[in-house]
Write a protein that binds this ligand. Structure first.
Ligand SMILES: [Ca+2]
Ligand SMILES: [Ca+2]
Length: 737
């Protein structure tokens, strides 16, 4: 959670240009940077930069001063300001480009380094000073490519996987099996980086993937399929240094080690690669058995409230399997189905019983069997953070109060326990009807693990975990062992709205619900508040932040039960929404379609995003439905979209045109998005070896484009895109005529 203060101060790092390289532009990037912890470089004025220092001292600290090389270590001249109601202190200084060391001084006498800033150096007294390096857009005077100088303190490579949570992943393996090695260094400082592999005595080049906040990230793909030793050779002009296990030096030191086993021990389910998920909110999808409707069920299609029942059930899903198959769906995610009083069932009453209104355990078994026959795996929604008040343990507490043997299953503040607001116990977001379980109680843990195993044994292929950030990590580590113990390739995906790295270290989740991805999809495709370059930066950044195996296991979605539907977000602008749909179904990650989006359902926040599916076909947007169907079929036909490498091609003069080149095992596809209300013509140069395809098919319109010679003599395609048109170009195998 950040305070608005930071947003206003650092929202301005956008309008950097990008540079042309022929034939493609290498994307150059700036980001608001979580990597540099709490020291932030902000605005620039008269070649000075605003630098924000933030300190979170222990509660007992009554004053904090900043002291460093910028004020000759005077411990009283720079008092920091405390933020109201928060134990955080801040101070911003205007500093010239350069390197500064500093410490915080607590209560006028205790010197402490900045624990949230990973960059440090010995202070000469056996401790550490924190270091901040001020570089920015105008500081080419300070860092320059080709000036025969290298700022060694900015160079970083952590030879482990996935490495510290606040950093990028420095060692990894891509989906083609190449080793990935990454380096971080000062922006615009270095002209060439190579990795030297000792085993085959070969050099491999690294290239720049991303620039931001004065830092630069380089990546090398090493097609060497065993463990190996390596060091880096880093060059700027005539200056050459080596980065080895001993750090940066003029001489080669002991090499780093790349262990495949360590990285490959983190596996995510491969079956996800071929799947298009469909999310079903059971009460609203289809009513297959009106005899079991809950009391007070409202007519199908009337306006929902938070508490309305519409009678949808699992028999309804059974009845509509043909519809799902016709659409091309081959995996399902169910919102909670266990017995619970509400229509959404996030207030669990019995985790071993499917809600009788949904058909009970019997219909569940029937559905599981049918889905298995149809090869449609499904995952369930696991609400393990809290229960409902009807859950047996909570009922026992209500009945027996202090004497209840279950009193330690929850966090009770005081007796008598009643379901009132505010509740006398911990509850999810303070809602009395969602009492929070005590996961430290071994009995609670054993119970939940049993639930987790049970439904996997009964046929579920995994779990979507509700608010897992409210439960501690050790619980999820054990959860993974238990679930994967029953089914090795079970899919575990967590509801994480922010950066998910700490759950994606290999021992908790396979992926997360990719909300950040969704936000940027909306910024670029629907709102236009981000241009193609900014969007590409985000995507590149995410691929550096998360282990590669998690990228193919991210739950990508445009809508779900917790956010407004995409057509509503897009204000009904169907052409823009269609672009987002193309992106969803061609991007790495598991495409997940929220029930009804495909026929043009609308709706803002809960409960309007949970309306009844309109089975009256007259209410559908047929063209949108056919569009979804086509894109789903394209997705499933080409593994390239699930696994291929991504390269972003950005044209300076066309900031609303995004071109993504995907490549995998000799296959190539160019995906183009003309995200603007005017048509666009462009020359798309191809890589030399891609000229073997003389005809390129746009898989969406099924229109052919022929290879031509471009103005610069290179081979490529001369393309014309309509306003808001998307294209998926694929080289067609040449046939003899
Ligand atoms: Ca340099
Ligand atoms: Ca029903």
């Amino acid at each position: 959670m950040r305070m608005p203060f930071f947003f206003s101060l650092f929202s301005s790092s956008k309008n950097d240009g990008f540079r042309l390289s022929i034939p493609f532009l290498i994307p150059f990037f700036f980001f608001s940077n979580p990597l540099l912890a709490k020291v932030k470089i902000g605005k620039e004025k008269k070649s000075k930069y605003e630098v924000l220092f933030i300190c979170t001292p222990p509660i007992s600290v009554k004053s904090v001063h900043l002291a460093g090389s910028f004020n000759l270590w005077n411990k009283t001249s720079l008092p920091m300001h405390s933020m109201r109601n928060r134990n955080q202190w801040y101070l911003s200084l205007w500093l010239k480009p350069g390197k500064y060391s500093y410490k915080f001084v607590f209560n006028g006498r205790v010197w402490r380094r900045d624990l949230e800033n990973p960059r440090k150096e010995p202070d000469g007294f056996g401790g550490w000073n924190s270091v901040v390096i001020v570089v920015g857009k105008k500081t080419k005077v300070f860092l320059k490519r080709g000036d025969n100088q290298i700022l060694a303190t900015m160079i970083e490579h952590i030879p482990s996987f996935p490495g510290p949570e606040d950093r990028i992943v420095f060692q990894d393996i891509d989906s083609s099996g190449n080793a990935l090695l990454r380096i971080q260094c000062g922006e615009n400082d270095i002209s060439k980086i190579q990795a030297f592999v000792l085993e085959n005595r070969s050099y491999y080049p690294l290239k720049i993937l991303l620039q931001k906040d004065g830092e630069e990230f380089w990546e090398g793909k090493i097609p060497f399929y065993r463990d190996f030793h390596y060091y880096f050779c880093i060059q700027d002009g005539s200056k050459v240094v080596y980065l080895s296990a001993k750090g940066v030096s003029k001489r080669k030191g002991p090499p780093f080690f790349f262990s495949r086993r360590r990285i490959q021990s983190f596996e995510t389910p491969r079956w996800l690669w071929k799947r298009v998920f469909y999310q079903i909110f059971p009460d609203r999808f289809y009513n297959g058995n009106p005899a079991k409707d809950p009391p007070g069920t409202r007519p199908w299609g009337s306006k929902p409230t938070f508490h309305t029942f519409f009678g949808g059930d699992l028999e309804g899903v059974l009845a509509k399997i043909d519809y799902l198959k016709g659409l091309g769906i081959n995996a399902l995610y169910f919102n909670p189905i266990f017995k619970a009083p509400s229509c959404h069932k996030y207030d669990g009453e019995d985790y071993f019983e499917v809600d009788p209104h949904f058909g009970g355990n019997q219909v569940f078994q029937k559905l599981a069997k049918k889905l298995k026959e149809e090869d449609i795996p499904f995952i369930l929604d696991g609400v393990f953070n809290h229960t409902g008040v009807k859950f047996f343990a909570f009922q026992d507490i209500l009945k027996n109060q202090e004497k209840s043997p279950y009193r330690d299953w929850y966090h009770i503040h005081r007796f008598p326990v009643k379901v009132t607001m505010p509740p006398p116990y911990e509850a999810w977001w303070g809602f009395a009807h969602h009492p929070q379980l005590n996961h430290k109680n071994p009995k609670v843990k054993a119970y939940l693990m049993k639930v987790a195993r049970h439904w996997i044994e009964k046929g579920a292929s995994g779990w979507r975990l509700d608010v897992p950030n409210e439960v501690f990590h050790a619980f999820w580590k054990d959860f993974r062992k238990q679930v994967k113990g029953v089914r090795r390739n079970a899919y575990i995906v967590g509801e994480i709205w922010e950066d998910g790295r700490s759950w994606l270290q290999g021992d908790e989740f396979d992926g997360i619900m990719n909300y950040q991805w969704r936000n940027h999809v909306i910024h670029f495709f629907l709102e236009g508040s981000e241009n193609a370059s900014e969007f590409a930066r985000f995507l590149t950044y995410q691929s550096l932040r998360y282990p590669q195996v998690t990228l193919t296991a991210m739950m990508n979605m445009l809508s779900n039960h917790d956010v407004p539907r995409i057509l509503t977000v897009g204000k009904g602008r169907i052409k823009k929404v269609k672009q987002a749909v193309v992106f969803l179904l061609t991007a790495k990650g598991v495409p997940t379609i929220y029930y009804g989006d495909e026929v043009g359902m609308t709706g803002g926040k809960d409960p309007m995003n949970r309306k009844c599916f309109p089975w009256n076909r007259k209410k559908w947007n047929e063209r949108l439905f056919r569009f979804y169907k086509k894109l789903i079929s394209i997705r499933k036909k080409h593994l390239l979209f699930a696994l291929g490498d991504e390269e972003y091609i950005l044209l300076r003069e066309m900031p609303r045109l995004l071109i993504i080149r995907r490549s995998w095992k000799g296959e190539v596809s160019y995906i183009l998005f003309n995200n603007q209300a005017k048509p666009q013509k462009l020359e798309l140069p191809l890589k030399n070896w891609e000229n073997k395809w003389t005809i390129w098919m746009d898989l969406i319109k099924e229109k052919k484009w022929s290879l031509v010679t471009l103005e610069n003599g290179q081979k490529g395609l001369f393309l014309a895109l309509d306003p808001f048109q998307s294209m998926i170009l694929k080289g067609m195998p040449n046939r003899k005529t």
